[in-house]
Design a protein around this ligand. Structure first.
Ligand code: AMP
Length: 594
């Protein structure tokens, strides 16, 4: 496919914010794409070159792209920067200045193909070491010299990590499911293929090759992370047990970082909850898993919890931040040791375990984990009595955990990769002691601050995730709980995500000073969930003309970089919280227990 054809599709995608229209445009695009390029087209459309777990990112600094533009157009760097400040999008600047330039020049170059562009960008992404910057600038300039102005626009946006078409992985899954299947069952097959591979490229390629059978042929594989199974939440032990058919396994919910560990003999790879390869952050865990996981091959999951080196006491999640560094990781590992609590096995040796019931998976896990002080299974008991569950939850909190996750143990209790469902239910103390618990919300806009905060963002507009429609709907403005350094950090981060119009997949009637792409997840706590005529989260679900909002929202200080926007608190959860807080307020619930 010519790159210009792809660019025309991108222009169509950019012109709509409607999900169904986007899907139809993508269907046409995938119809037209050839087998050898379709995976690359999928990655480019998402603004990347590879699935996240590969860890190769474009993200070229704007400064460098400006130098390449200067080489091709002869425009001064300061002039380009001035235009950038005015227009706010270097891609658009590139298009404008190249069209001025090219009207003077008649170029007889070959049209660029998608593969030409992909391969050049790939080369740039992989350049490192001495002279890499110069080489990048030269390669880019070469590519831009061959590009039509509007091709240059997207090349620059791809390069600087600002593609922003509003297409999400699930929009692509929708399109391939329609194109190669068309039924609800087909959609499940494609979704599962994606959830166990975390690789949209493989899914579209196999689908193009052999339709739904191609998607079925994709298997869980070592080196390729599965998307994690997620939990729902409820605030009442009786209700939890009812949902689970009367009985469940209550496991401590540790406050750490989820690790998906892949072992192939002595090779260990560690993936984060968002499928990034974070092996380098945990050299101690790598060593421990080499010697303590007694299986040749394994894909297992655990929570890594920071512990006090002297006492072994569990520490809060924030302590793990010390590991997010490039250098001196060994030292950080010594200063901030972790304990591992394993809770699931997805594959052992050559056997995929996803469809086995939980207790079977757990007993296999129990056999292969060679336990000691810093490596064990999650603490758990089987419960069928709500009071026993309450007692166990309080014990978990006393022991430094957030609460418990109560898990289905019936024969249907499979591992549902990538899905939040009622097979796992979170039960935290805060649900019963306060009106509302923390929520993980996505920033969709920002307002400029005043006084001390002028020139910086002082307040953010946040949204909850509407899973059924794949949208982000506004729920409140948050301006408290931020420290001075947070304002700097937030302003810096949000400027990178700013867009001139309301982003696709965002639903909000409140208009912020600046819209931002829904990417950053913040942990927010509030006093209550109230009905709101302004916010769009859950609009019409509880009352006809109102949505839901959070009263007195505050930032807890916790940036949830480990969560993708689609992992944010869902609107269904907010509705659930709204309903359960009503229950708490009822007088009979307020009677002191005897
Ligand atoms: P949340 O991040 O609040 O949605 O809660 C789900 C997370 O709890 C998982 O992704 C794990 O990181 C963590 N977790 C802690 N203990 C467990 C456990 N026993 N089973 C499953 N997940 C756990």
């Amino acid at each position: 496919m010519e790159f210009l054809t792809l660019v025309n599709y991108y222009e169509q995608l950019e012109a709509t914010t409607k999900r169904l229209e986007m899907r139809d445009i993508l269907i046409q695009l995938f119809k037209e794409a050839e087998l050898e390029e379709i995976d690359k087209i999928a990655y480019l459309t998402l603004g990347t070159l590879y699935p996240a777990y590969v860890g190769i990112e474009l993200g070229v600094a704007e400064k460098l792209a400006i130098r390449a533009l200067k080489m091709v157009t002869g425009f001064d760097e300061s002039k380009i920067e001035e235009l950038l400040n005015k227009i706010g999008d270097l891609g658009q600047v590139a298009e404008n200045i190249l069209s001025q330039k090219k009207s003077q020049l008649v170029l007889f170059t070959q049209p660029l193909s998608v593969l030409d562009v992909y391969n050049k960008l790939d080369k740039v992404a992989k350049m490192s070491g001495e002279g890499a910057i110069e080489n990048k600038v030269k390669t880019l300039a070469g590519l831009l010299a061959q590009a039509q102005p509007k091709e240059a626009k997207y090349i620059i946006r791809l390069l600087t990590g600002k593609m922003r078409l509003g297409v999400a992985d699930m929009t692509i899954i929708d399109a391939v499911s329609m194109l190669f299947g068309g039924t609800k069952e087909a959609r499940e097959v494609f979704e599962r293929a994606y959830n166990i591979s975390s690789d949209i490229g493989i899914v579209v390629r196999e689908a193009k090759k052999s339709g739904i059978d191609g998607a079925r042929s994709i298997k869980l594989s070592i080196g390729r992370p599965a998307r994690p199974m997620l939990a729902e939440r409820l605030s009442d032990s009786k209700e939890i047990l009812e949902k689970l058919g009367g009985r469940g396994l209550a496991e401590y919910k540790y406050d750490g970082e989820r690790l998906q560990i892949h072992k192939n003999d002595s090779d260990i790879i560690i993936f984060s909850r968002r499928q990034e390869n974070i092996t380098h952050q945990f050299p101690d865990v790598v060593e421990r898993c080499r010697s303590r996981l007694r299986a040749r091959k394994a894909i297992v999951e655990c929570e890594a919890v920071a512990v006090e080196p002297d006492t072994g006491d569990m520490l809060p999640f924030q302590e793990l931040m010390h590991r997010r560094r490039k250098y001196d990781v060994e030292k950080a590992a010594q200063l901030y040791p972790v304990s591992l609590f394993f809770f699931d096995a997805l594959l052992i040796n050559d056997e995929e375990l996803l469809d086995r019931p939980l207790l079977e998976r757990r007993s296999i896990l129990d056999e292969i984990v060679d336990k000691s002080e810093d490596i064990s299974l999650t603490k758990a008991i089987e419960v069928s009595d709500p009071e026993a569950l309450d007692r166990y939850m309080l014990k978990a909190v006393e022991d430094g955990c957030e609460g418990v996750i109560v898990k289905d143990i019936s024969p249907r209790s499979i591992y549902t990769a990538g899905a939040r469902g009622w097979l796992w239910i979170k039960y935290k103390r805060s649900y019963v002691s306060k009106l509302i618990d923390t929520l993980d919300l996505v920033v969709i806009g920002a307002f400029y601050g005043k006084g001390k905060r002028s020139g910086k963002f002082g307040t953010v507009l946040v949204a909850a995730y509407d899973k059924s429609m794949d949208m982000f709907r506004s729920i409140c403005k948050v301006g408290t709980g931020f420290k001075d350094e947070d304002f700097d950090k937030l302003t810096e981060m949000l400027k990178q995500l700013a867009v001139p119009h309301k982003p696709p997949r965002v639903d909000s009637t409140m208009v912020p000073d600046v819209w931002v792409m829904p990417q950053l997840v913040l942990e927010i706590v509030g006093d209550e969930i109230t009905l709101s005529p302004v916010h769009t989260a859950g609009f019409g679900k509880i009352a006809k003309d109102a949505g839901l909002a959070i009263r007195f929202p505050r930032f807890t200080g916790r940036y949830r970089f480990d969560k993708a926007p689609e992992d944010a608190t869902t609107i269904d959860e907010v509705i659930e919280m709204y309903k359960s807080q009503l229950k708490v307020i009822q007088p009979k619930e307020e009677v002191e227990p005897t």
